[in-house]
Design a protein around this ligand. Structure first.
Ligand code: NAD
Ligand code: MG
Length: 395
């Protein structure tokens, strides 16, 4: 007899949220959706409420919540519509919820993700920015409140699957030498360096292997995504920076690997489809169906590997630098990156200005020690301010 899981899905209208609901819908009776949340996409939220009939729907935006409330009432649905950050925190920590999918994009996800961990939930972590901004204190909150952390990022989920089942958090004790973090290299891996300044948001968002939200797509194109994932792996698995090797693997079939002291390398493979890591975490420790196309090795035929090119992808170096500096610096890196990506997407600056802005902000905002979530949010605000000032001088 399988215990039903009671879910809150933070960011249900996004790519991860939609894939999560796709897996949930394949297992009637196994999952009960208690709450869904979104920023302002009331149309998609209404559709999801019709299908999953949650107790709560939260729209961050008050006007979107008001519109949704009328539609929900007209449709005769049992859903209560809430709004604001406090409501996101509330539905992430409801007593009747045991599992929270943390899939809001960016720093906006940090408060509700902390709320879920603080309430001792099973936290399915897609929102890597929380880990980058506040890794140490987030891991403390997880431990102190006996929360369970399951990685959704495909690489970290692959590493989790390739570690021993009883992994205690000590790589040395588990006989692990290194983590091999794979990266596709994104859409600009082979573009001439002189053309990088002219790429458009549309080109940057056209990832060769994955369909993702806009922010993470641009992060993949700059390889900041891999930089954020190095920091995420550091905190999740207590891996020293020199134990994390980025490996370019353009096919995105191997989702990451773990190298052991005896020379063994264990990997997790599969077609690039986020429903696999999502289902792994939703069903854990059981395996459940996903609808993912099985991997056809004959069709794949070959797997390639390359060393990362730090000249082409300066964001990767900046992330390693932020990890080494510690304290508030990773939060500063993250905030500067969010402003840079947004500015590029709005055509306010070229693609190549993304690392330039981040580098400037990392120099301009001095490093502070981090003891609380408020310290993290202060560093985040200071970095956003410095980034906007830099942009104002640029345009
Ligand atoms: P997305 O842009 O498709 O969706 C983001 C979701 O967050 C939406 O539901 C949106 O309504 C909500 N949201 C946005 N801003 C918000 C705000 N200020 N307050 C509250 N909610 C807000 O993003 P995505 O691709 O689904 O990515 C979500 C997270 O998962 C990111 O942290 C990303 O790095 C991570 N992730 C995504 C993938 C992927 O394949 N898409 C893979 C690994 C990790
Ligand atoms: Mg990833």
């Amino acid at each position: 007899m399988i215990a039903i899981r009671h879910l809150t899905i933070l960011g249900s209208t996004g790519t991860i949220g939609v894939n999560t609901l796709d897996v949930v819908a394949r297992h009637p009776g196994r999952f009960h959706v208690v709450a869904l949340t979104a920023n302002n996409n009331a149309k998609k939220m209404l559709e999801q409420c019709r299908h999953f009939r949650p107790r709560y729907a939260v729209m961050l935006d008050a006007a979107s919540a008001e519109g949704l409330r009328l539609e929900i009432r007209a449709a005769g649905l049992p859903t209560e519509v809430l709004s604001g950050v406090e409501s996101l925190e509330k539905v992430a920590s409801l007593p009747e919820v045991d599992t929270v999918m943390a899939a809001i994009v960016g720093a906006a996800g940090i408060r509700p993700t902390f709320a879920a961990a603080g309430a001792g939930k099973h936290v399915l972590l897609a929102n890597k920015e929380t880990m980058v901004m506040a890794g140490r204190i987030f891991m403390d909150v997880v431990k102190q409140n006996h929360a369970t952390l399951l990685p959704i990022d495909s690489e970290h989920n692959a590493i989790f699957q390739s570690l021993p089942q009883n992994f205690s958090g000590d790589l040395g004790a588990a006989g692990v030498r290194r983590i091999l973090l794979t990266a596709s290299g994104g859409p600009f891996r082979q573009l001439s360096l002189s053309s990088l300044g002219d790429v458009t948001p549309g080109q940057a968002c056209a990832h060769p292997n994955w369909v993702m939200g806009q922010k993470i797509s641009v992060d993949s194109a700059t390889m900041m995504n891999k930089g954020l994932e190095v920091i995420e792996a550091h905190w999740l698995f207590d891996a020293a920076p020199e134990q994390i090797q980025v490996v370019i693997h353009p096919q995105s079939i191997i989702h990451s690997m773990v190298e052991y002291v005896d020379g063994s390398v264990l990997a997790q493979l599969g077609n690039p489809d986020m429903r696999t890591p999502i289902a792994h975490a939703l069903g854990f420790p059981e395996r459940i169906e996903t609808g993912v196309t099985p991997l056809d090795m004959f069709k794949v035929a070959r797997l390639d590997f390359e060393a990362p090119d730090f000249k082409r992808f300066p964001c990767l170096s900046l992330a390693y630098q932020a990890l080494a500096a510690g304290g508030s610096t990773p939060a500063v890196l993250n905030a500067a990156n969010e402003v840079a990506v947004e500015s590029f997407l709005r055509c306010r600056m070229p693609f190549t200005a993304i690392p330039a802005m981040i580098e400037h902000v990392m120099e301009a905002v001095s490093r502070k020690d981090i003891a609380t979530l408020d310290d993290v949010l202060t560093a985040d605000s200071a970095a956003r301010e410095a980034a906007h000032e830099w942009l104002a001088c640029l345009v």
